[in-house]
Design a protein around this ligand. Structure first.
Ligand SMILES: NC(=O)C1=CN([C@@H]2O[C@H](COP(=O)(O)OP(=O)(O)OC[C@H]3O[C@@H](n4cnc5c(N)ncnc54)[C@H](OP(=O)(O)O)[C@@H]3O)[C@@H](O)[C@H]2O)C=CC1
Ligand SMILES: O=C1O[C@H](COP(=O)(O)O)[C@@H](O)[C@H](O)[C@H]1O
Length: 486
């Protein structure tokens, strides 16, 4: 067996929020589970003038904060030995020398460049890496989202990155695809014949995808105000989740087989007309309210936000898919900040029986539903009706746990852990291909343009609620309601 090559993982934006909150904690967990090869090295890159020890000290302080109870001083010590730092200004070609020196120490290393900076720096980084002769034919580059601001800017970035890296070297990350229940949905759908006949318009009444956050924009106001919920969450995470639910069975788990099927769904999404924007979309912006019992400011009072900002912090959409399988089935998508609870879930609502032999219940009973929860806990449940024990035939909803947490007791990998492992192994299945990303931009753009042309402000909602009241109206026009309203 070939000896694995030593890994050099270079994190551009190595001192930033994402690196500290997600990437280093994920790598620390992989280290503790002995999933990193002994020689693997992590080189943080930013403009700040730090040396290796300074970077280790900064990372340790942040890790204590973000790892919480998982932080163990002795494990961190051995993990920190892997950390190094290179001071580089991505915009200055001549500042790549220190990084080149570092990487030059082991030319045989497998290089992974993780671009965790603003996307406006991606092309300069790739260009300067190549000029410094740091890109080998098997180097990999990981691109964070959102890639660009619209279709044109995403194409431009992809073109520029593509001049230095082949598509098979490019890992466009969408961390929602790394979440365990999302992969479990793939396993349930395509590993069992049971669900396939039910997974279609004849049996599915509607699908709801919700990613609700309790937090506001936190320290990222400046970034968020230029982006908004549509670009931050819908264009990527929610549409990728929709694809996983709606795609046809791929011929294999091969990356392109899966990505081809996702692409077909993105291309089959019915485009929004101007009239649709008014009737099938809702955008909102939070006002002051309460979160976990504490008063919280409104979006416009948050640091970094323009005082008259029209940026949306909430989006709800009714999407339709123009295929035989899904014609007529509404896909409701919803995401927002400062909502009542932190919930990320996919709900597949199956149709009720065509005729009930048990009569009409005194109050409505809701079952026939699969709920794939990614947050706050990771679960997959099937809600069915069963007989309530006793001498009368009375139906009661029961929940079958389909993720079998009891059966598989091993620690679940967190999304970034799983995806970083895939990058190291060279597995592109859970990464987004360029054509998928562009198809997603093509679909969301008319909605954003429709909002801009209308000149209307996003609808206000109180922090700590489920969004503007217009959001409830979206499913209720079809006689339906959001999952939490049941
Ligand atoms: N934070 C999050 O939760 C998420 C972030 N993302 C994406 O990840 C990326 C990074 O986000 P985030 O970590 O929040 O951003 P931050 O603003 O917190 O960090 C940016 C990082 O880039 C570095 N940087 C900025 N300019 C340069 C430059 N010219 N040369 C070299 N380094 C530079 C900064 O260090 P310095 O200023 O010292 O150079 C810092 O390390 C963005 O694309 C974002 O959209 C995606 C999902 C979630
Ligand atoms: O990509 C992003 O995701 C986070 C939410 O991720 P989660 O795994 O905590 O649900 C969101 O807060 C952030 O704004 C967005 O950029």
């Amino acid at each position: 067996m070939a000896t694995p090559r030593p890994l050099d993982l270079v994190i551009f934006g190595g001192t930033g929020d994402l690196a500290m909150r997600k990437l280093l904690p994920a790598l620390y967990h992989l280290h503790c589970d002995a999933l990193l090869t002994p020689e693997a090295r992590i080189i943080g890159v930013a403009r700040d003038s730090l040396d290796d020890d300074g970077y280790r000290a900064f990372s340790r302080e942040q890790a204590q904060r973000f790892l919480g109870r998982d932080f163990r001083a002795d494990d961190w010590q051995t993990f920190a030995d892997r950390l190094a730092y290179a001071q580089v200004d991505a915009l200055q070609a001549d500042s790549f020398g220190t990084l080149a020196e570092r990487l030059g120490q082991r030319p045989e290393g497998q290089r992974v460049f993780y671009l965790s900076t603003a996307p406006s720096l991606f092309s300069a980084i790739c260009r300067h890496l190549e000029t410094a002769r740091l890109v080998a034919p098997d180097s990999r580059v990981v691109l964070e989202k959102p890639l660009g601001h619209d279709l044109a800017s995403s194409r431009q970035i992809n073109d520029e990155v593509g001049r230095h890296f082949g598509e098979e070297q490019i890992y466009r990350i969408d961390h929602y695809l790394g979440k365990e229940p999302v992969q479990n949905l793939l396993a349930l759908r395509f590993g069992n014949a049971l669900f396939e006949p039910l997974w279609r318009r004849e049996w599915v009444r509607d699908v709801q995808i919700t990613v609700a956050e309790q937090v506001g924009v936190e320290s990222r106001g400046d970034f968020y105000d230029r982006v908004g919920a549509m670009r931050d969450m819908v264009q990527n995470h929610l549409l990728q989740l929709l694809c996983i639910v709606a795609m046809e069975p791929p011929a294999s788990i091969n990356p392109d087989a899966v990505r081809d099927e996702k692409l077909k769904i993105l291309r089959a999404l019915r485009p929004f007309t101007t009239a649709d924007v008014a009737t099938r979309s809702v955008r909102g912006q939070y006002r002051a309210g309460a979160s976990s019992g504490q008063p919280v400011p409104g979006y416009l009072e948050e640091p970094g936000i323009a005082r008259d900002s029209h940026t949306e912090t909430f989006v709800a959409l009714k999407a339709k898919i123009n295929t035989w399988r899904w014609a007529g089935v509404p896909f409701f998508l919803r995401t927002g900040k400062r909502m009542q609870e932190k919930v990320a879930e996919i709900v597949i609502n199956f149709r009720s029986v065509p005729h009930s032999i048990f009569g009409v219940p005194s109050s409505p009973i809701h079952a026939n539903r699969m709920v794939i929860r990614m947050q706050p806990e990771e679960t997959v449940d099937l809600h069915l009706l069963a007989k309530q024990p006793g001498d009368v035939m009375q139906l009661h909803p029961v929940r079958l746990n389909l993720d079998f947490a009891e059966a598989f007791r091993s620690r679940r990998l967190e999304a970034y852990e799983r995806l970083l492992m895939d990058v190291m192994r060279g597995n592109l299945t859970l990464f987004v291909r360029r054509d998928e990303q562009e198809a997603a931009w093509r679909w969301v753009e008319p909605i954003i343009e429709g909002w801009e042309q209308s000149g209307e402000r996003p609808k206000p909602y109180t922090a700590g609620t489920w969004g503007p009241s217009a959001s409830s109206a979206l499913p209720s026009r079809d006689g339906l309601c959001w999952h939490e309203e049941i």
